[in-house]
Design a protein around this ligand. Structure first.
Ligand SMILES: Nc1ncnc2c1ncn2[C@@H]1O[C@H](COP(=O)(O)OP(=O)(O)OP(=O)(O)O)[C@@H](O)[C@H]1O
Length: 256
């Protein structure tokens, strides 16, 4: 049975100001349960793509359709205010530098994933509904960090911090998780734990889209890979089909 299509990106364009376009007529779909790697040279447009999906960077042209086959498809790139906040709760994001609040304890950092629903003031005074606290505990158990729940986030290692960031993103029970170079600063052991966590998330029928720099990681963990060069898709398919020739085209110097 075909998985549910969660996202349809159609002829997406992006230019920053009057500069050359960084994303050009890019089209791709995303399905529930996939772990899709986005690869390409530095500057190829990978982060820009993820941020446009999440609504933190505006688009210049084209469409990002959320839940295209549902009864209520939405143009995600046009959402504002409450509707945009709701989309971001359905489409979580994690980053290379984790973006935790260092002086807050680990469990509060996870609970901050519910900020849009809880409200800033309540969160500041650590008033969280019981069901949210129970969910945060569950997520910390899953990430193997329950013993660190009351430690300040600033005392965690990079790998632990990234797992907390993942738990925080999962607090909203998103349908899609976007990960912008989540293992770029991690050692091999922590990279493995984070990539395994992303695999487990996709196995829960969540679509995961991850920017990666290592072909080895793509082949080891991902179900599909999209190779981008200068804002255009060069390859979209199985990691096994990523031949030397295709890799050369993806990583070719744009000036050559
Ligand atoms: N705010 C901005 N204003 C102008 N140009 C920008 C801005 N953000 C990104 N760019 C440019 O857009 C292009 C794509 O950048 P982007 O960060 O999306 O690439 P990337 O593939 O994620 O690179 P990396 O792997 O180094 O993170 C680059 O040429 C970059 O310099």
């Amino acid at each position: 049975m075909q998985s549910e299509k969660l996202l349809s990106i159609v002829n997406l364009d992006k230019s920053y100001g009057n500069h050359h376009p960084v994303i050009k007529k890019l089209s791709m779909d995303l399905y529930a349960g996939e772990l899709v790697a986005i690869i390409g040279r530095s500057g190829a447009g990978k982060s820009t793509l993820l941020h446009m999906i999440n609504g933190t960077i505006s688009t210049t042209g084209g469409d990002i359709i959320a839940f295209p086959d549902s009864d209520t498809p939405q143009k995600a790139h046009l959402l504002k205010g409450k509707a945009l906040r709701h989309w971001r709760s359905q489409c979580g994001m994690i980053f290379q530098d984790f973006c935790l609040v260092p002086r807050l304890d680990v469990i509060t950092n996870v609970l901050l994933g519910r900020l849009s629903d809880t409200g800033t003031l309540r969160s500041l005074f650590k008033f969280f509904p019981k069901k949210d606290v129970e969910r945060a505990i569950e997520l910390l158990e899953w990430t193997g960090l329950i013993n660190q729940a009351l430690q300040r986030a600033e005392n965690l290692s990079g790998g632990q911090s990234q797992r907390v960031a993942i738990a925080r993103a999962l607090m909203q029970t998103p349908r899609i998780l976007l990960a912008d170079e989540p293992v770029a600063s991690l050692d091999p052991k922590n990279t493995h734990r984070v990539m395994e966590a992303l695999q487990e998330i996709s196995a829960q029928n969540i679509a995961v889209m991850v920017n990666l720099h290592s072909i080895e990681q793509v082949k080891q963990y991902c179900s599909r890979v999209v190779g981008i060069a200068s804002g255009e898709i060069i390859y979209n398919g199985s990691p096994d089909g990523l031949t030397e020739d295709i890799q050369q085209r993806i990583y070719a110097n744009p000036a050559s």
